[in-house]
Write a protein that binds this ligand. Structure first.
Ligand SMILES: [Zn+2]
Length: 346
């Protein structure tokens, strides 16, 4: 699991530019299931046949930036692709993924020496006031960088034993779990029905790949496999998030005060029952903001009985996050137990 997560975390794939992640998912899922890339760019894997049809969705895209303009002096101006807090960007190293290969850059900033007063120091820069410096001449930058090139964070991956630190754990953690689930399902002789493991594209831009894939699969049941905001850091109150790393996967109770997914009571109950019966630790997640693929899947077709299983993760939508591999393992076990109880031969 760790090696797989490392490979996925290091791969680059902002929304709409998921090629590198798609290749990994295609290969990994292809070992255990029938697999194809659909017209939208989702990787759809399939095990079994008949009903019930169960869709497991993990998005493969990550948040990032996109080149909007290269100015006269060769500084690069960008727009965001997905929800990014500008505060996480200043002075960060990035890669600009050009047609002729990646170019390193740094998001430029004014040194503290030049900040005149307290107000200047506190001022929060907007993304349209920021720029990327490649260090190359204006001519060279303009020759190599094009409008539309993806810009990704340059973050390392660290193995911390039970935990890992790295880029894009939202949602490569979910992708790693999805592969592990399909792997173990492929060995399950009692499986009844069809399980679709879908690595969705463009979730961060509005749950788009989930919409098209749910439309074509028409599942009876679905789970979104994603990350959830861990609240076990000094700046987050328990009332904002009570999720902790290593305390088990989060079962979604409600998303975004009900603007996102309102899980099917049957699915939610079944997930909790499965966790209890198998002795799998779990946490319950009710959020004020943030949605997963489940929010679109549950409203697709005539409605789909949907739930969510998420990996508590620190610092999502930022260059580097932390999650706990035991939560990935327990999420895998929980999802397998769920699939088994819905669709297994007597
Ligand atoms: Zn996510």
């Amino acid at each position: 699991m760790k090696e797989r997560l490392e490979r996925l975390s290091k791969a680059y794939g902002i929304s709409g530019y998921e090629e590198e992640v798609r290749e990994i998912m295609l290969k990994e899922l292809g070992r255990y299931a029938e697999v194809e890339v659909d017209r939208f760019g989702n990787v759809v894997s399939k095990i079994g046949s008949g009903s019930p049809k169960i869709m497991l969705a993990a998005h493969m895209d990550e948040i990032g930036l996109l080149v909007k303009h290269i100015d006269e002096k060769g500084f690069i101006h960008v727009i965001e692709m997905g929800g990014i807090d500008e505060e996480t960007l200043l002075a960060k190293n990035v890669w600009i993924l050009t047609e002729k290969g990646p170019i390193p850059g740094v998001i430029g900033f004014k040194p503290p020496h030049l900040k005149r007063d307290e107000e200047d120091q506190k001022k929060k820069l907007r993304l349209d006031e920021m720029y990327i410096d490649t260090g190359l001449s204006a001519e060279e930058t303009k020759r190599r960088v094009q409008v539309g090139d993806a810009v990704v964070f340059d973050s390392k991956f660290f193995d911390l034993g039970n935990r890992v630190m790295g880029k894009a754990l939202d949602n490569r953690a979910g992708c790693a779990v999805l592969v592990e689930v399909m792997k173990r399902l492929s060995k399950m002789s009692t499986l009844k029905g069809t399980v679709y493991g879908v690595a969705t594209a463009q979730e961060e831009l509005g749950l788009k790949g989930a919409r098209t894939s749910a439309f074509s699969i028409k599942p009876d049941y679905a789970l979104s496999i994603d990350t959830a905001i861990a609240g076990d850091t000094p700046d987050i109150k328990e009332t904002e998030s009570n999720l902790k790393l290593g305390a088990g996967p989060a079962i979604t109770v409600v998303e975004a005060s009900g603007r996102g997914m309102v899980p099917s009571p049957q699915v939610k109950r079944l997930l909790i029952e499965c966790a209890r019966n198998k002795g799998i630790p779990y946490q319950l997640e009710a959020t004020k903001g943030g949605m997963t693929d489940g929010a679109i899947i549950y409203m697709s077709n005539e409605g789909v009985k949907t739930g969510g299983v998420s990996i508590p993760t620190r610092y999502i939508h930022a260059p580097s996050g932390i999650c706990d591999l035991r939560d990935l393992e327990n999420a895998t076990r929980l999802i397998l137990a769920f699939v088994e109880s819905l669709g297994s031969k007597p």
